[in-house]
Ligand binder design. Structure first.
Ligand SMILES: Cc1cc2nc3c(=O)[nH]c(=O)nc-3n(C[C@H](O)[C@H](O)[C@H](O)COP(=O)(O)O)c2cc1C
Length: 115
């Protein structure tokens, strides 16, 4: 069962297409959002992502054309760029497997062997 708060968030959130220049987003809100983002479920827990938090206006401006000059990008005071690191999958899969193996003590069970 969902909490009422969660249902309200899902029902009433909207994609923002233009940001109010008078509203500042506290850095802590972005930081906590990113901390939550890295807890997302992801394929084989490989975490093939990188998040770049763009704070300087100079850097953000360079990204506006990459966002097709959309109002949301032009008016945003903070931007987070999500990058997929497909090149890292072998390295991360090996890291993950080693981590799982290191938790197995003695002979692996039939379930552990399957993984
Ligand atoms: C992967 C993805 C890409 C999107 N890209 C854009 C975009 O480039 N520009 C935009 O204005 N909205 C974009 N949206 C927002 C959708 O248009 C929006 O979620 C949809 O119209 C429903 O509106 P709502 O989010 O306000 O309920 C994107 C949404 C997703 C999930």
């Amino acid at each position: 069962m969902y909490s009422r708060e969660f249902q309200e968030i899902v029902a009433f959130r909207r994609s923002n297409r233009k940001f109010d220049p008078n509203v500042e987003i506290p850095a802590d809100v972005i930081r906590r959002s990113l901390e939550h983002a890295v807890l997302s479920p992801n394929s084989s827990n490989m975490q093939l992502w990188e998040f770049y938090w763009l704070r300087s206006e100079e850097v953000r401006k360079k990204f506006v054309p990459l966002c097709m000059d959309q109002q949301a990008a032009k008016t945003a005071k903070q931007m987070v760029v999500f990058v997929t690191r497909r090149d890292k999958w072998k390295e991360r899969a090996a890291w993950n497997l080693n981590r799982i193996k290191s938790t197995i003590k003695g002979e692996p069970t039939s379930i552990q062997k399957r993984h």
